[in-house]
Design a binder for this molecule. Structure first.
Ligand code: HEM
Length: 414
C-alpha cells in the first residue's frame, strides 16, 4: 500500500466536491458538468479536495455501470492511504472499515454485521419513535421559523446512534461539533489532526469504561454495540481498533441521515403533491424513502485507487490513479431509470440505486438509516401538515464544503 505525499498542514484545500455538484438553480439535479461526459470516450480528470489527502486529481466516474464496476472490482482498493504507523486521521485509523480491502475488510465487517441486521434494527424502532416524538415537540416549542436542522434533522440520528452505540446523550454536542469538522473539506490537515486526536481521546475513554464494565461483569442487559464488541471481540481487538470502529459509526451514523432528513423536507416542500401523497398513505413510506435516497443522493465521495491498469466503461485508468465515483450522477442517469423522467416520484418501484454505494463496502447502516427515515419523515408530515422551508430552494444555504451534501440551516414554517 502506498501512502500519499504529506500535504502542507497549514493550507486549506479548495471546497468544491466534484462528485456532488448540483445544478445552481436546483439542488436536486446533478450539475450539467457531471452528466455532460456520459457519452465521451475518455473519463475526465478533476481536482478533488480532501481534508486528509489534500487536493488530488481523480478520475470522475458518473455512469451507473462504471460506478458499480469501480466499487466492486478488486483491482480498485479503498484502503490505499492506510498506514497504521502514521499520524491518526480518518484514513489512517485502524478499525475503520473503509481503510481495509479483501479478507482484512471482511474480518472487521463480520464483527459488526449482526449489530445492523434487519432484526436488530427493528428492535430499535421503538426507541427511534420515542426520539422522533421528543424532537417533534422540540421543533414545535421552537416555533415557526425554527431551524429544522438544529431541532430535528441533527438530533434524531445523533440520539439514535448514541443509543445504539451506548454513548451518553449528554456528550452529543461535542460529538456533533467534532464530526462536522471531520467531514468539512475546507479545513486544514492540522485541524483534522487536532480534531481526530480529540475524537480518539473521547472514544478511548469510552472504550476503557466498557472494558472495565465487561471485566466487572456489570453489563448484564446492556445491548449496545460497543459493549457487545468488547464482550465478543475484546480479546482480538485492541483499543486503537475499537476507537476506530466506534468513531466511524458515530460519524457515519448521523451526518448522512441528518442531510437526508433536511434534503427530504426541502424536496417535499418543492413537490407538495408528493408530500400530500405520503401524508395520506403511510404505506408509501417504504417506496418514498427509497426514492428520496435515490433522488437526493447525499453520499460522500466514493474514492478508490487502481492497483493496476484497468478499463472502466472502455476508458483507460492507469495503475495508481484515484477514481471518484458519483452516486448522484449515476442515480439520475438513464442506465438506472431508462428513458423515463428522473424527477421525484414517491410511487416509483424501489430502484437499484447507489445511494448506499455498492460492492463490499456498501453501507452497513443502511437498514438503520431506512428505518429512521421511514419513521421520521411521515411523523413530521403528520405533526406539521403544512411544513415547508421559509426560503425558496435556491436561497437555502447548503454545505458545499462538506463531504456529505445537505442544508447548513433550514428555517421552516407550518
Ligand atoms: C441515509 C444515510 C446513509 C447514507 C446515504 C450512507 C451512505 C454510505 C455509502 C455511499 C457508503 C459506501 C462508501 C464507499 O464505498 O466508499 C457507506 C458506507 C458505510 N456506512 Fe453509510 N450511509 C448512511 C447511513 C449510515 C448509518 C446510519 C451508519 C451506521 C450507523 C453507516 C455506517 C457506514 C459504514 C460503517 C460504512 C463503511 C462500510 C464498509 O466499508 O464496509 N451509514 N455509507
Amino acid at each position: 500500500m502506498t501512502r500519499p505525499a504529506p500535504t502542507d498542514p497549514s493550507s486549506a484545500p479548495a471546497v468544491a466536491q466534484p462528485h456532488n455538484q448540483r445544478d445552481q438553480r436546483c439542488p436536486f439535479r446533478p450539475h450539467p458538468d457531471l452528466t455532460a461526459d456520459r457519452d465521451e470516450a475518455s473519463l475526465p480528470r478533476v481536482p478533488v479536495p480532501n481534508p486528509q489527502l489534500g487536493q488530488f486529481d481523480g478520475v470522475l466516474v458518473t455512469r451507473y455501470a462504471d460506478v458499480r464496476q469501480v466499487l466492486s472490482d478488486p483491482r480498485f482498493e479503498a484502503g490505499f492511504a492506510f498506514d497504521a504507523s502514521g499520524p491518526r486521521t480518518v484514513m489512517n485509523q485502524p478499525g475503520i472499515l473503509l481503510n481495509y480491502d479483501g479478507a482484512e475488510h471482511s474480518r472487521y465487517r463480520r464483527m459488526l454485521t449482526g449489530a445492523f441486521s434487519v432484526k436488530r434494527v427493528r428492535v430499535l424502532a421503538d426507541a427511534i419513535i420515542g426520539i422522533v416524538g421528543r424532537q417533534l415537540d422540540a421543533l414545535e416549542w421552537a416555533g415557526r421559523g425554527a431551524d429544522l436542522v438544529e431541532s430535528f434533522a441533527a438530533p434524531v440520528p445523533l440520539l439514535t446512534i448514541c443509543e445504539l452505540l451506548g454513548v451518553p446523550w449528554a456528550d452529543r454536542d461535542g460529538i456533533r461539533r467534532r464530526s462536522a469538522i471531520g467531514t468539512d473539506v475546507s479545513t486544514t490537515l492540522q485541524e483534522q489532526l487536532d480534531n481526530f486526536a480529540d475524537m480518539a481521546e473521547y472514544m478511548g475513554e469510552l472504550v476503557a469504561a466498557k472494558r472495565r464494565a465487561v471485566a466487572a461483569e456489570s453489563t448484564a442487559g446492556a445491548g449496545d454495540i460497543l459493549t457487545d464488541l468488547v464482550r465478543r471481540h475484546g480479546h482480538e481487538l485492541d483499543d486503537d481498533e475499537l476507537v476506530g470502529m466506534g468513531n466511524s459509526l458515530l460519524v457515519a451514523g448521523h451526518e448522512t441521515v441528518t442531510s437526508m432528513i433536511g434534503m427530504s423536507v426541502i424536496a417535499l416542500g418543492a413537490h407538495p403533491d408528493q408530500a400530500d401523497a405520503l401524508r395520506a398513505d403511510p404505506a408509501l413510506a417504504v417506496s418514498a424513502v427509497e426514492e428520496l435516497l435515490r433522488f437526493l443522493s447525499v453520499a460522500p465521495p466514493l474514492v478508490r485507487q487502481a492497483t493496476q491498469d484497468v478499463a472502466v466503461g472502455g476508458c483507460p485508468v492507469a495503475a495508481g490513479e484515484k477514481v471518484v465515483a458519483s452516486a448522484l450522477a449515476a442515480n439520475h442517469g438513464p442506465d438506472l431509470l431508462g428513458d423515463g423522467p428522473a424527477g421525484l416520484d414517491l410511487r416509483r418501484a424501489p430502484s437499484a440505486h447507489l445511494a448506499f454505494g455498492y460492492g463490499p463496502h456498501q453501507c452497513i447502516g443502511q437498514q438503520l438509516a431506512r428505518v429512521e427515515l421511514q419513521i421520521a419523515l411521515p411523523a413530521l408530515l403528520r405533526r406539521f401538515p403544512r411544513l415547508r422551508p421559509t426560503l425558496p430552494v435556491d436561497r437555502i444555504s447548503y454545505r458545499g464544503d462538506a463531504l456529505v451534501f445537505g442544508p447548513t440551516h433550514l428555517p421552516v414554517t407550518w
